[in-house]
Design a protein. Structure first.
Ligand code: NAD
Length: 267
């Protein structure tokens, strides 16, 4: 990791939730490569620490903290710990998420509540905790980026709470864009198409079973059927968008949603 004082995020501090795995981990590595100090916040402490060690071995700065984003105290404590270690918070990437698939008629209420807690309570709690630091200095300000999904804009069968929560993030982001402006804080939702992570790998056999089709059909028809090139979105596709938004200099871009999906959804 060859970051220097001329790196675009040199001197900045970024917190990425759900960064022990998948998209969050890739975003954390990319922002570290661009010079930011990184707080890895994940339910999985071992994974958080492993990701932080990977960044440090490559010459970057990182700390791994255990955080369940649905727990108010844990979120406040974790964000404060990262801010104290590196001196404030400039970027929050609220990314932690899970998937549970089932038709609405069979959806367990407990699973519905769990999904909304992780995706929406988690986004709210981490945002609030980060804003308490970002609002201290208007000149410094900050950027909050939510990992939405193409499902922030379209629906798919079997994903009622996921689609509901990912649509909800647009509302939080737009409200924050208005409230945060006077404090120099901007917000965005980055909306990936299907990316091959553990979250998606788990769904392929589940959807095949529920929809009564083969796993190959789930990939080619359900997941990639609407893309322009039949390709999965890559970790780098998503991370580069987050990097672009993290380095964008003005509030010309705020309250926006950016879809990274190989043409699956076009605004
Ligand atoms: P992943 O399973 O690889 O990683 C998710 C991470 O979140 C894990 O490290 C997990 O420990 C952590 N996590 C789960 N619950 C948590 C909690 N309560 N508190 C803190 N951390 C928690 O999944 P991924 O595919 O990288 O997904 C990351 C985000 O991207 C999610 O919000 C997901 O909805 C979104 N997304 C994924 C895809 C995709 O195709 N993979 C597409 C669009 C959006």
């Amino acid at each position: 990791m060859s970051s220097s004082s001329s790196s675009p995020l040199s001197g900045k501090v970024a917190v990425v939730t759900g960064a022990a795995s998948g998209i969050g981990k890739s975003i954390a590595l990319t922002l570290a490569q661009a010079g930011a100090s990184i707080g890895i916040a994940d339910l999985n402490l071992e994974g958080s620490q492993a990701a932080a060690t990977e960044i440090e071995k490559a010459g970057g700065k990182a700390i791994g903290v255990a955080m369940d984003v649905t727990q108010e105290e844990a979120v406040d404590k974790g964000i404060d710990e990262i801010a104290a270690k590196f001196g404030g918070i400039d970027i929050l990437v609220s990314n932690a998420g899970i998937q549970i698939v089932s038709p609405i008629v069979d959806f367990k209420f407990a699973d519905w509540k769990k999904m909304l807690a992780i995706h929406l309570d988690g986004a709210f709690l981490t945002t609030r905790a980060a804003l308490r630091h970002m609002y201290k200095d208007k000149q410094r300000g900050g950027t909050v980026i939510y990992t939405g999904s193409v499902h922030s804009h379209v629906a798919s069968k079997l994903k009622a709470p996921y689609v509901t929560a990912k649509h909800g993030l647009l509302g939080l982001c737009r409200t924050l864009a208005k409230e945060g402006a006077e404090h120099g804080v901007r917000s965005h939702v980055v909306c990936p198409g299907f990316v091959r992570t553990p979250l998606v790998d788990k769904q392929i056999p589940e959807q095949a079973k529920t929809l009564g089709i083969s796993e190959d059909e789930v990939i080619k028809k359900v997941m990639l059927g609407e893309t322009v090139d039949g390709e999965f979105t890559t970790l780098d596709d998503v991370s580069q968008m987050v990097l672009f938004l993290s380095t964008y200099p003005t509030a010309a871009l705020t309250g926006q949603s950016f879809t990274v999906s190989h043409g699956w959804f076009m605004h």
